[in-house]
Design a protein around this ligand. Structure first.
Ligand SMILES: [Zn+2]
Length: 273
């Protein structure tokens, strides 16, 4: 009898513990959203994020709420002597949170830290060749997204990406698209979709368009998308996300079905901005 009671109590405690975690997070986020958006942050957005003023008012408000939550949860680390300022935090958060608008989001749940370098940075990479042999090489990077919960960015490139919101190139959007992709495990070009039924048309459309980009890249044919997207399906998703937010008109004209897939996933139509 005592054992049964103990087991029931333990079960109840486990249920309460499980239920209270997400509920606590929701409550804390609600409180953060209720706080006023600092004037200094508004100034930074005005100066650094030109895409902001093109957004409809309800999305501007949503974005500001997301920025508050994002900045209350994510740690920023300056690298190579870079001191982290609000300018850096808000400029990165504003672009990262564009990808969360209108979606049922958990704010990049795996992401813990954003490492920011003053400019391009060098990393030692381990890669595998066609025979499965590992080798080390050095790479100069502008941004990177790690599955262990970090995004690494060049501040110089972050500013450049934000300054021209119509050139189809944005390192923050690119790296945070990888984070979305990595929410359900490794980056493979298929982030978790809202409904199981969505996966078929996602993989049909993205698979076909990925092959088309590979063909363009291999034969030097023009494409709206950077050849870098032909590297693998994960890079393809990140590259088309940059173009979706920054060149929606060309995107819709040239790749209407792909545009609709992304529009459905992001719950946004940047063409209207
Ligand atoms: Zn990438």
């Amino acid at each position: 009898m005592f054992a049964i009671l103990l087991v029931s109590l333990l079960g109840l405690a486990a249920i309460v513990w499980l239920a209270s975690g997400p509920a606590r997070v929701r409550l804390r986020r609600q409180q953060v959203r209720r706080q006023p958006f600092p004037k200094a942050w508004r100034e930074i957005i005005k100066r650094r994020i030109p895409i902001f003023k093109t957004l409809p008012t309800h999305l501007q408000l949503q974005l500001k709420d997301h920025i508050k939550v994002f900045l209350s949860e994510k740690q920023f680390v300056g690298c190579d002597g870079l001191a982290i300022t609000d300018e850096i935090r808000v400029t990165i958060a504003a672009q990262a949170c564009l990808l969360l608008l209108n979606r049922n989001t958990n704010y990049y749940p795996k992401l813990r830290q954003i490492l920011v370098y003053p400019a391009a940075f060098i990393v030692d990479k381990e890669q595998r060749d066609g025979n499965g042999l590992h080798f080390q090489h050095r790479a100069v990077l502008l941004g990177e997204s790690w599955e262990e919960g970090q995004v690494i960015l060049s501040w110089q490139e972050t500013l450049k990406g934000a300054a021209d919101p119509r050139d189809g190139s944005n390192v923050v959007i690119h790296e945070f698209a990888h984070q979305l992709d990595q929410e359900d495990g490794s980056a493979n070009g298929a982030p978790p979709l809202a409904h199981p039924a969505d996966y078929k048309s996602w993989s049909d459309t993205l698979g076909r368009e990925f092959s088309a980009l590979q063909y363009c890249a291999n034969n030097g044919l023009p494409s709206l998308f950077s050849y870098y997207g032909a590297t693998n399906p994960a890079e393809f998703f990140a590259v088309i996300t940059e173009v979706f937010f920054e060149q929606p008109d060309e995107f819709l004209n040239l790749h209407p079905q792909l545009y609709r897939e992304l529009s459905h996933y992001y719950r946004l139509d940047p063409l209207q901005w």
